[in-house]
Design a binder for this molecule. Sequence first.
Ligand code: NAD
Ligand code: UGA
Length: 462
Amino acid sequence: MANILCIGAGFVGGPTMAVTAKHCPEHRVVVIDINEKKIAAWQSDDLPIYEPGLKEVVLAARGKNLFFSAESERNIAEADIIFVSVNTPTKTFGQGAGKAADLQYWEKTARQIVECSTSPKIVVEKSTLPVRTAEAMERILNSNEKGLFFDVVSNPEFLAEGTAVEDMQQPDRVLVGGRQTPSGQKAVQAIVDIYAHWVPREHIITANLWSSELSKLTANAFLAQRVSSINAIANLCERTGADVTEVAHAIGTDSRIGSRFLRASVGFGGSCFKKDILNLVYLCEYYGLNEVAKYWEQVVKMNEYQQASFVSKMVTAMFNTIANKRVAVFGAAFKAHTSDIRESPALAICRGLLEEHAQVVLTDPYALESACIDLQDVADWVTFESDPYTAAKGAHAIAIATEWPQFAELDYEAIYKTMVHPAFIFDGRNILDHKALYEIGFNVYAVGRPPLTHFENAHPVS
Ligand code: NAD
Ligand code: UGA
């Protein structure tokens, strides 16, 4: 039996440790956090995050071999293996501000581990970190005066929000990186053994520390790049009459390209894509690779363009003014099946609409509460409405900002009757039946498809 500890009970720490506890009944798994409110929520029936299937997994193990606690000292002292899953946001100050990863929370945990430890431990990097962070971690941990030795292992997390439990239960791969020393390899094996409880051995990849750290940033950069690439093409589709869905299908059937992650949209959001690419950009600049840095930075710039151009498309289509017009924004979460609103394109769209003095009504099945907090500074001008029918009532336009399947199942005929005419729908996720909406009477604008409007001589909007 091993005592496994996870520092950081966030989107990653909570679900990963719940799944680990479920599959490793002989191990004791404790998750700690400095945020006591979050810990209290993990201990309650009202978990701090919404993830399909999460509650069942937590309830199955909690109190048996899964524990959430705010007490760090004792739990660190007792642990054999410590996963560190604290936040590593983009630095907002000093050297590297706006690009580099802010490693203060990470470093604090390293110092805390040294302070509270009375035995050697394996420390696992679960957070996403710049390549070679493990070196700094080793130096901090191993310059202790207690004669304790700590092995540092990299085990980046690839789960996506909304499918966190499924991704953890059946990962495409698990990556474990370590030092090529006997002690380093023993530590790698200890982590591999944990995952081997439920992940087929051939899906567990081992690598050197730096490859493991860099693979995480690279995976996110490649995924985000695909979204920006298809969005770039979507813009060209809108000007030329091509349909991005057809283009994506046509290219996606090439097995070298593959069909996934080719959904044109209002842009990617989430806490990680932008921060991890900017971190990669910073690293390239640090190593003097300026052209490489510019190449990756363009993925983020394209994404910002995509969000801004969605709002300007709305303004242009609605006769060049949306001032004082009620606009219903459907979706606040950065993607469907999550309550997370971090870097959500939906909120960027809300802010863009507010700059045009629109009356924004925001609706979302799970993320309204967090959106309300995020938009606090402009809350006087936004209405938060849980019912999409009420949100659309009296509106000139609906903007689909999150691909919640619920939005595709609404009665748009009924909605149309309650809206101001001519009524507009801007489907920023291409989830609706555009032809059916057009037949109801809507003027329909999608991403990367020619608009369907009832106006004569309508040209693709710019
Ligand atoms: P999060 O903000 O949801 O959770 C991090 C938690 O760490 C917070 O609750 C915070 O209070 C806690 N924390 C910070 N310092 C602490 C300390 N000293 N002691 C105890 N707790 C402390 O972040 P997250 O989304 O879980 O991401 C964590 C890391 O995992 C990041 O590096 C992120 O890039 C990476 N990651 C995230 C995802 C994702 O889907 N969110 C996926 C893969 C990797
Ligand atoms: C992403 C990665 O998919 C995970 O592997 C990674 O672990 C995680 O980041 C991380 O490091 O945080 P996540 O951000 O949760 O996961 O969600 P994704 O499904 O990747 O979607 C990201 C954004 O891209 C969303 O806003 C989504 O709507 C958008 N997207 C995705 C598109 O616009 N089009 C697509 O085809 C796919």
